[in-house]
Design a protein around this ligand. Sequence first.
Ligand code: DGJ
Length: 752
Amino acid sequence: MIRRFGQCFALATERTTYCFRVMKTGHLEHLYYGRRITVESDADMEALTEKHAFMPGNTNAYDQENIDFSLEDIRLEMSSYGKGDIREPFIEVIHGDGSATSDFLFEKAEIGTGKEAYRTLPGSYDENNGTEHLCVTLRDRQYELRLELHYYVYADCDVITRSARLVNESRETVRLERLMSLQLDFDTPEYIFTTFTGAWAREMRKTDTRVISGRHVNASYTGTSSSRANPFVMLSKADTSEDAGDCYGFNLIYSGNHYEAVEVSGYGKTRFVSGINPQSFSYPVGPGEDFEAPEAVMGYSCAGYNGMSRGMHRFVREHIVRGEWKDKLRPVLLNSWEAAYFDINERRLLQLAEAGREVGIELFVMDDGWFGNRDDDTRSLGDWEVNRGKLPDGLEGLARKVRELGMEFGIWVEPEMVNVKSRLYGTHPDWALQIPGRPHSEGRNQRILDLTRREVQDYIIEEMSKVFSTEGISYVKWDMNRTFTDYYSGALPPERQGEVAHRYVMGLYHCMRELTLRFPHILFEGCSAGGNRFDLGILCYFPQIWASDDTDALCRAEIQTGYSYGYPMSVVGAHVSACPNHQTLRTTPLETRFNVACFGVCGYECDLCDMDEEERDAVKEQIALYKRWRDVLQRGDFYRGRTFARGEGGVPGNITEWTCVSADRGRAVGFLMQKLVQPNTQSGYYMAKGLDPARRYHFYNRRTEDCRACGDTLMYGGVRLKQAFAGEGYNAQARYSPDFASRLYFMQAEDA
Ligand code: DGJ
């Protein structure tokens, strides 16, 4: 609900309220964002307004009429640089006269319903048109620049999205040096800034930083949203836990360089901003032109991290993921990469596919290596023609044969890249990003195509359309395997090179939009060397993303826990792979590899032909089990319990505990995993979450557990397990459950 009371605005979701007002100077004072409060008039907001009685210290008066008012110590909805606010600005514009100072003041506000689509970027959407929209228009006090602040309220997800648009109504070109999407000011310096950082194969490490002074930045410079720093971040308090306390979650619907900063001012106020990374960004906006900032997402819960995550999950599932695959159950796939790498041919692939069929695989995916002379990663990217030496009957032939085995067929592509050793590079060397005269920095032996160029976008769309229209292709893995260097487009003049990174992302979105419209039946999976581009922008086109090349069950438990703070598990690609694991050389039980993977969109990525019969039977059983519970695991509500990062008492722990509950709360799956054997200890309990407290459930697993209890007992008392991790037989050979042992538990309401 969005309401205006005079100069005050109140936005409400089911459990949150967001308020701001127009001050007498015309600036927007942020008043409140948190748990739902009663706001029936502007008088109800009076208590929230700043009451400055005197000008502190050596701050600057805003102007002659307001000599007791400074912009330095006030919470603002947006701030610009140069009139007293010395914190992180929301916007920075270089005007035609060279000045970098702006001062945007309130002009008007409009309230409406429905979600408008962006012109250049993807955004959230609302099929039912129930979303309310507030557009506040500000105007610079001196220059003919209009700034629109947009707010969209997704009431049942407890999510509000924000974005901004700058319109140049003057007669001269201005340079936009920064336009954030979201700014949120708090009164106090008491926040923990949680970021999800890492690198290739160790994505989404949760890192908590207490910001009580200065500035802390989470940003990407890789050209992608990045495995180094995911755009999803949180602010919480020292006493926030998984299920209690204040938690704010923020994300950006953007796949390029992003920037999230928390700054505590000299007066103890905390500012958070999120948007396109201003580094190397400089965007001219000519007379009559506009610039759209990406949409930012914010959610709040007083029910801890899980409370906030639930809202985010629902929002992503309902208002980001779209298309034919939005609500469809995802097939169990077998991917050829870790089984064969580049060493593929039709015979080998069909052997693998046949082994897959035996155990219940539904979709067979041929990964890298099928085109041009692609025998290793040094060549052929850009030449999307099938290698007839490897696949004599072409893609059609292989697709047909796989489908005859009773499975769907899928394929891998990396459309944004080119190897120097390729026909494409030979013909169009200028289509790669490269700085004239400077030696190029290769990444995985490849270069990045210049997606700022229309002809390159067209090439990608047409080449990919040829591949995707092959009869029998129903899945595509869209990969992107390097970070950006050599930012320079030969198609843009020198003074416009600051546009390249953002124009690349817009070009990419154009290709993705066009191809997903042309091939709506295809299930697309995003990938960027694992999770180097795992973000809401990609999810607006592709309903799932390969989360990490690290398939080691121990690492994956942490990586998937990391993703779960901001993303539903239904978008997280997760595979069971061989041991010793190809990334860590660690050996974990096959059961645990499956137990971890089944909480994401589950698949297999190993040489099934190489497994002994016992292992293959185990895989067959796993897949059958997954199919029985897949609706709960893919569509249910996900809850974290203890995690390796935060165990009992809030200190690092030895157990990871997850629960996934069906929407009607009739069925649930629980998961416990131990890291290392702790001799002479017992980790003998499991605490369910999200059940209906009043319903009775049958709690059981394949081995030992079998009891009946009400949801409240399972959630608040927990289950003392018959088979604890340590101290008893896991199998005939071991006295203790081995390192990395795990279990699944099933809960079925008796009335369901
Ligand atoms: C990186 C991906 O993350 C892998 O899964 C695989 O598809 C390779 N690229 C193929 O080159």
